[in-house]
Design a protein around this ligand. Structure first.
Ligand code: 7RM
Length: 663
């Protein structure tokens, strides 16, 4: 433990600010805001379907305008704007170029080593058309699935938009996932092609990607083509007849590829996310509704003025936040974005603030885990840069603790920027609960209220009745345009996971929440076995199955434990096989196994050796009790435990670990 220090001036100030209950939208901000009249909530709430249809027409260009809004004839398989036809890449690119905005910068890309690429809408359209033709030439057709496993380089947007242009369904896998995870996702979705890189850079090091992809996916039958972006120039194996270089394929392709109008309900993408079991869920989104949700929320939650703003969403395109708020929302709105290839501490801990100063960024959208990291590094780092261009700050991915909210507001936002804490999920496609920056009074730690046209509630576990005091389950009460349409090839699991519990078309989000006396929502966290590490969603079952793959492991139980830095951290209780003796080396081997099977970010922070795990008489592991002891809490109800001695033994282990100075 560090010796206690006197609180700094800033800390005292933040303590004082904790007393402030509500923050009004800054007057100057409200005066200029796109939406400043709270009547928008009633307007949308009185006729959500009509209101969403109006947004779809206001913000998108349709080849055939929809007359229909929601079709709920076969719940929970809802359809939106079914009779409309449009193309997502046309909405993101062509229409801006046709309107004379082709020279506007779509992305200010910055590479880890300082490389700069400013890509205009016209250039993005050109590359997208060429790559769309290249894909066609490789045999990719409308409805085919195309995997994308790329780092944060502009080609990731090109690849996604090229798919959308020809009606292929992209399936992006976050670059931090292992090749084994990519394999699983390509196999489940029967991907026909995969777009990847020769190698990927991270903090000055280059890792071979194509070579690893070959090792893990080489024998996948469905995968007919691998397209390789030369991102680093490192040598990589290429298989004749299967592999092509992205640049060569584009150079050889016809430069014009008209955007093909799609039915509104044509699938746009699949994105795998973690659920309660080890098998990831393939969230399926379609074209018209998804684009309406992403574009409307991006415009009005961030108060986006495309001619003036420089917007930066510091997520990775491999997560839904990147899909909706780096690619589709911003491009459909004609925004200029910053795209940063690297980590927040390379080449130095001030890189984010340097980028904001350089590009005069006006909007920053980031995760609480990043903010907490910056707090740890100290306010003297951002203080060295000119952040006066910022006018709005956003937060996403996990609950933001009030202190981090206040620090963000004060140190980064200079107290002039509204903070929008946005709650949503891969499944919801777009922001669901959020302040409107020119209207809503904010409370640090609360995502406030549902976006207009969205209806949320906190209900009791048993009856599904609204809970006015205390904790309950977060539900969304009616369908919305950007909702998932199903779990890819798992319709039954889709119904069971989200719609079975309460019926009546109520969507079960899987989060616990409470509402306060103003009706504001406070999201607490997941109720299922999903852990949120630095805003990355993981299932405990997924990590458990990676750990038991180690030959010396007999059994494992994984829980999320609260962590000051990452929100939650993975804690694994591991029972070794036979006479295997626990050791530090074995801990490292187990972590390596998890990195190999899932990705580095899933490695357990803490491993507790357990001779036995607490189980019910029917053999179910009682993770609830493991959470209690890991957090140092009194144990909850132990009456269903088969062998109470197991817990005493584990408590002894934890006490010894703590006496040791932590695992
Ligand atoms: C966008 C995204 C979804 C889960 C969700 C929550 C948690 C996300 C917030 C939040 C509290 C927030 N998609 N979550 N945003 N919790 N406040 N503003 O993160 O599918 O990867 O995760 O993340 O538990 O269910 S996700």
């Amino acid at each position: 433990m560090a010796t206690e220090q006197a609180p700094s001036g800033l800390e005292r100030e933040l303590e004082r600010m904790l007393e402030i209950e509500k923050f009004e939208p800054p007057a100057g901000f409200r005066a200029e805001a796109l939406w400043s009249d709270p009547a928008i909530y009633e307007e949308a709430g009185s006729d959500p379907e009509g209101w969403w249809l109006a947004r779809a027409k206001e913000l998108l260009d349709w080849e055939t305008e929809p007359a229909q809004s929601l079709n709920d004839s076969n719940p929970p398989f809802y359809k939106w704007f079914e009779d409309g036809r449009l193309n997502a890449s046309y909405n993101c690119l062509d229409r801006h170029v046709e309107a004379g905005r082709g020279d506007r910068i779509a992305y200010h890309w910055r590479g880890e080593e300082g490389e700069r690429r400013d890509i205009t809408y016209a250039e993005l359209l050109d590359q997208t058309q060429r790559f769309a033709n290249a894909l066609k030439g490789l045999g990719v057709e409308k409805g085919d699935v195309v995997g994308i496993y790329l780092p944060m380089i502009p080609e990731v947007a090109v690849a996604m938009l090229a798919c959308a242009r020809i009606g292929a369904v992209h399936n992006v896998v976050f670059g931090g996932f292992s090749a084994e995870s990519v394999r699983e996702r390509m196999e489940f979705s029967e991907a026909k092609a995969l777009v990847t890189v020769d190698g990927a850079r991270r903090k000055g090091k280059t890792a071979p990607i194509k070579e690893t992809v070959d090792e893990h996916l080489g024998d996948l039958d469905s995968l007919a083509t691998i397209v390789v972006v030369r991102a680093t120039g490192i040598e990589c194996p290429m298989q004749d007849g299967r592999d092509v270089f992205f640049d060569e394929a584009c150079a050889a392709a016809d430069p014009t590829c008209p955007a093909e109008p799609m039915e509104a309900e044509h699938p746009l993408f699949i994105l795998y996310t973690s659920g309660s079991t080890a098998k990831p869920k393939g969230i399926l989104h379609t074209t018209g509704g998804y684009l309406t949700g992403a574009t409307t929320t991006h415009r009005y939650v961030f108060d986006l003025k495309p001619e003036q703003d420089v917007y930066w969403c510091a997520a990775d395109v491999g997560w839904v936040t990147g899909h909706s708020y780096i690619v589709y929302g911003p491009l459909a709105n004609g925004a200029t974005s910053v795209m940063w290839e690297g980590a927040p501490d390379y080449p130095h801990q001030g890189i984010w603030w340097e980028l904001i100063e350089d590009y005069r960024a006006t909007i920053l959208y980031a995760a609480p885990t990043a903010i907490r990291t910056f707090i740890k590094w100290g306010e003297q780092i951002p203080a060295k840069y000119d952040l006066s261009s910022l006018r709005l700050l956003g937060s996403v991915g996990e609950p933001i603790n009030p202190k981090a909210w206040l620090w963000y507001h004060k140190v980064i936002g200079g107290e002039r920027c509204p903070v929008v804490d946005t709650w949503w999920q891969t499944e919801t496609g777009a922001i669901m609960i959020t302040p409107l920056p020119g209207i809503t009074e904010t409370k640090p730690g609360s995502a406030t209220r549902p976006f207009p046209g969205i209806s949320g509630e906190v209900v009791s576990e048993r009856e599904g009745e609204p809970v006015s005091e205390g904790q309950g389950l977060l539900v969304l009460e009616r369908p919305w345009p950007s909702m998932l349409r199903t779990l890819y090839k798992e319709d039954d699991r889709f119904i069971e996971t989200y719609f079975q519990k309460f019926g009546d078309g109520r969507y079960l989000a899987g989060d616990a929440a409470r509402r306060d006396s103003d009706g504001y929502f406070w999201v607490i966290g997941r109720i299922d076995d999903v852990v949120n590490v630095s805003g990355h969603r993981l299932s405990t079952a997924e990590v458990e199955s990676a750990i038991v793959a180690h030959e010396n492991v007999a059994e494992a139980a994984v829980i999320g434990q609260s962590d000051e830095q990452t929100g939650q951290a993975i804690c694994a209780f591991v029972t070794l096989a036979g006479s295997t003796e626990p050791s530090e080396a074995l801990q490292e081997e187990i972590r390596a196994e998890v990195a190999e099977r899932i990705g580095k970010f899933a490695r357990p922070k803490r491993i507790v050796w357990a001779d036995d795990l607490p189980k019910t008489r029917s053999g179910k592991i009682m993770r609830r009790l493991l959470r209690d002891i890991a957090e140092g809490r009194a144990l909850g109800d132990v009456t269903t435990l088969k062998d109470p001695a197991v817990m005493a033994e584990l408590e002894g282990k934890i006490a010894a670990e703590e006496a040791d100075g932590g695992g």
